[in-house]
Design a protein around this ligand. Structure first.
Ligand code: ZN
Ligand code: ZN
Length: 245
């Protein structure tokens, strides 16, 4: 019943800016002031980070990342944060399509789409997914799949917290290490080798989650791993009082 109500709500929701939720005339999806929040990679000039494409002074990439590039159209702050919160926790699945459109433009601008052979996404544990009713990363990935025609496979799964290591499938034990948070889905373990894979998540924070998942794909032979998210945490501005420079 709750699911049905959710579905109906999204069907009859008035047209809104996907970022600030302001009501807009059809068929617009973003208001003028939010349009300015979309990162225009074509216009970024000077020295940029190879991984995130932002200016070096704005780059928030952590050392030790295993993915080749990280692509995101927005910074996770203010209205963007609130919007992704609605998408992720409050069933506002109407936001998936416009976020995916924005991701697609960023992926094109950063030349990642032409490189990609398979789309996949950060999985949730079955228990968590059952509780929420959906996986927002999977939904974004499905929207990208629809728009690009690139194959999409659930390459990874996530263990529940209490899964014992002795339950791990044999192919993991063969690699002799790192039974991490994410493991290849047994049915698709042979699809990873030699592939250039785009890994989709909703938010790129420290990159630790995406790095863990990228690590699994690379252990199983992925040629290249790119990551895409709807938004990334911006570099924290130093507060004047705590600045030591
Ligand atoms: Zn807006
Ligand atoms: Zn960077």
């Amino acid at each position: 019943m709750r699911k049905l109500r959710k579905k109906l709500t999204s069907l009859f929701y008035p047209n809104r800016c996907f970022i600030c939720d302001k009501i807009l005339p059809h068929p617009e999806t973003v208001c003028e002031s939010c349009k300015a929040k979309l990162i225009d990679y074509e216009r970024i000039s000077g020295a940029v980070c190879d991984v995130c494409g932002l200016k070096l002074q704005e780059c928030n990439c952590r050392p030790g990342r295993l993915y080749e590039k990280a692509v995101f159209p927005l910074l996770f702050e203010d209205d963007v944060r609130a919007s992704l919160h609605r998408f992720k926790f409050r069933g506002r699945l109407d936001k998936a399509a416009p976020f995916a459109d924005a991701m697609l433009r960023a992926l094109e601008a950063r030349d990642v789409l032409a490189e990609t052979e398979i789309l996949t996404f950060i999985p949730m544990s079955l228990k968590a997914q059952r509780r929420r009713g959906y996986n927002q990363a999977q939904i974004l990935c499905e929207e990208l799949h629809k728009r690009t025609g690139l194959p999409m496979l659930p390459l990874l799964y996530k263990h529940g917290k209490n899964t014992a290591q002795h339950d791990a499938p044999n192919y993991l034990l063969r690699t002799g290490n790192t039974i991490g948070i994410y493991e290849p889905t047994p049915e698709y373990v042979n699809e990873i080798e030699g592939k250039r894979i785009l890994l989709v998540d909703d938010i790129l924070t420290s990159g630790a989650t995406l790095n863990e998942a990228a690590k699994t794909l690379l252990i199983f032979g992925a040629d290249q791993v790119y990551v895409a998210a709807a938004a990334a945490t911006p570099k924290r501005k130093k507060r004047k009082s705590s600045s030591t420079n």
